[in-house]
Design a protein around this ligand. Sequence first.
Ligand SMILES: [Zn+2]
Length: 67
Amino acid sequence: MVKTVECPHCGRPVPWTPDSRWRPFCSERCRLIDLGDWLEERHRLPADDSETPGEDAPDSTQAPVRH
Ligand SMILES: [Zn+2]
């Protein structure tokens, strides 16, 4: 009797055995795709809410005037 899990990416049943090299994913492809999505999300998050407090505010009072 083999326990199976669902591939988090495509939902296919994956036997939970040492043979299933990419478990819980069904294949290397699903693993890479899912990991890629995850990394992309992480990289995207900080960029999206760009409310960086202070530091590079363009009109600070000490802005150097160039002529
Ligand atoms: Zn899959």
